[in-house]
Write a protein that binds this ligand. Structure first.
Ligand SMILES: NC(=O)c1ccc[n+]([C@@H]2O[C@H](COP(=O)([O-])OP(=O)(O)OC[C@H]3O[C@@H](n4cnc5c(N)ncnc54)[C@H](O)[C@@H]3O)[C@@H](O)[C@H]2O)c1
Length: 291
């Protein structure tokens, strides 16, 4: 079946031809799985929510190529073998892995250090960090057997800067950055590359439903590129890092955040220009919605 394409994809199509990938978690993972399939890869999508990954896989199968789905909890050390066994059974190999799943349901309870329920910390680490480790431990021996591979761990800008809440999430993402560097260092001799991708606010279908005036104002004030970041932008970066175009890149944390972490902290108040700061204060005060 011919793949759907457009003028831009025509140039880059096929970079993952013949490769087999595992992707955990839908959401941004769905866009990553689609991007991999559009580049010629075959994909196994695993998500704790069976309906999410089945919908994702159906879309890939219809649009771009071969895909399998299964429901699986990445925090379960026994169950975590299943997507890799599925990949080998149906597609014969495992070359690529995108560790994307995260325990989003814990976010509202992930508070400041003194207010934090330790169960939230433990569960966040069990899914985001330990789950990523477990998937890597499944993938690495299979990649070694095939002569190499590439892994992308989905981190976050929040793993690179402090915040007033989301203590566990941020710590788990910072640890994922170092896990990526360790993996890159320990398995470079086996031709396995590993980097972390650190998105800023990325508007999945789930988050788009929550995009209100306050969020839009924050985007305008704090991103250098003040637009909503779609999952497809992150997926394009992931596909690049998995491909041979990124053959000399490993052990990195690559931000894709519209420039949030690239500027001085006072940017939103006019940076070092006092006039701009005062003008910004006035304009912002007039425009600000009540959050
Ligand atoms: N969306 C953003 O703004 C944003 C920003 C920075 C980083 N990220 C990162 O990108 C990744 C994807 O984010 P998203 O917004 O698409 O998240 P999401 O919550 O929409 O999707 C995550 C998916 O992971 C699945 N999942 C949760 N626990 C699981 C488990 N134990 N086993 C298997 N699957 C499980 C969920 O069912 C869900 O489908 C995450 O790692 C997140 O930390 C997202």
């Amino acid at each position: 079946m011919p793949r759907k394409t457009n003028a831009i994809q025509e140039d880059t199509m096929g970079r993952l031809e013949g490769k087999v990938a595992g992707v955990t978690g839908a959401g941004i993972g769905k866009a990553c799985a689609l991007a991999i399939a559009r580049e010629g890869g075959r994909v196994v999508v695993a998500d704790i929510d069976g309906s999410a990954d089945i919908a994702c896989t159906a879309q890939i199968a219809a649009e771009a190529g071969h895909a399998r789905a299964l429901a699986m909890d990445i925090a379960d050390a026994q169950a975590v073998a299943a997507p890799f066994e599925t990949a080998e059974r149906h597609f014969g190999r495992v070359d690529l892995l995108v560790n994307n799943a995260r325990a989003m349901h814990l976010t509202p309870r992930d508070r400041a250090i003194l207010d934090l329920d330790l169960a939230v910390w433990d569960q966040t680490m069990a899914t985001n960090l330990r789950g990523t480790l477990l998937c890597c431990r499944q993938a690495i021996p299979r990649m070694i057997a095939r002569g190499g591979g590439a892994i992308v761990n989905m981190s976050s800008c929040q793993g690179l800067s402090g915040d007033t809440a989301q203590t566990s999430y941020a710590a788990s993402k910072a640890a994922m950055n170092m896990l990526s560097a360790s993996l890159a260092t320990q398995y470079c001799h086996a031709q396995i590359r590993c980097s972390a991708v650190a998105p800023g606010l990325t508007m999945t279908e789930r988050l788009l439903a929550k995009l209100d005036g306050c969020m839009q104002r924050d985007l305008r004030r704090h991103q250098l590129l003040p637009r909503v970041g779609p999952p497809e932008d992150v997926a394009a970066l992931v596909a690049f890092l998995l491909s041979d175009d990124a053959a000399f890149i490993t052990g990195q944390v690559v931000c894709i955040d519209g420039g949030v972490l690239a500027h001085v902290p006072t940017y939103a108040d006019g940076g070092n220009s006092r006039a701009a700061r005062l003008a910004g204060d006035t304009a912002e005060a007039a425009a600000a919605p009540r959050c």
